[in-house]
Design a protein around this ligand. Sequence first.
Ligand code: ZN
Length: 198
Amino acid sequence: MKTIDETGNRYGRLTVVRRADSTQGGEARWLCHCECGGEKIVRGTKLRRGETRSCGCLEQETRVYNGYRRMRPTHNMSRSRLYGVWTGMKKRCCNPSHPHFKDYGGRGISVCDEWLDDFYAFAAWALSHGYDENAPKGKCTLDRIDSDGDYCPENCRFADMVVQQNNRRDRSNDVQVYLGQDGIYHASHNCGRKVVDA
Ligand SMILES: [Zn+2]
């Protein structure tokens, strides 16, 4: 069977980078980069049939999302910290009477459609991207990578991940400024210690 060249093709969150080792049965497999930064080697047939559309992150998010949906009738999610993170983000962007609106909605920063009306979509993303409901206060806060960008999956991460990245670069004097879930900017030393409240 002639191998179809998949290089450069996109399937869901995956972009095919190059050919990988074939299966023992001789089927072509491809190294793919995922939107989340992950990698996966996938058979061409699975890509073309739509069976594999991410490195596994999509399935993980869907599982979390469905888990939250099932919890809905019995658990009062509105008491969770994550619910507070979600409502805070929306108020800063959408409610002109919020004290920090001028720095968010007032500057044109918005919440993506996916998250705006659906807490469970936001929660699924958060829980599969390092959010820890039980982390000490200030240790796991929602951070926008580009501070002029919107609240959306591509531009958000949690602050403990930022600290980890600083550590990897070994910038021992680096102070990381980030937006806390209270809507206030904080600064952390790369050891994770909070040093300044702005
Ligand atoms: Zn992925």
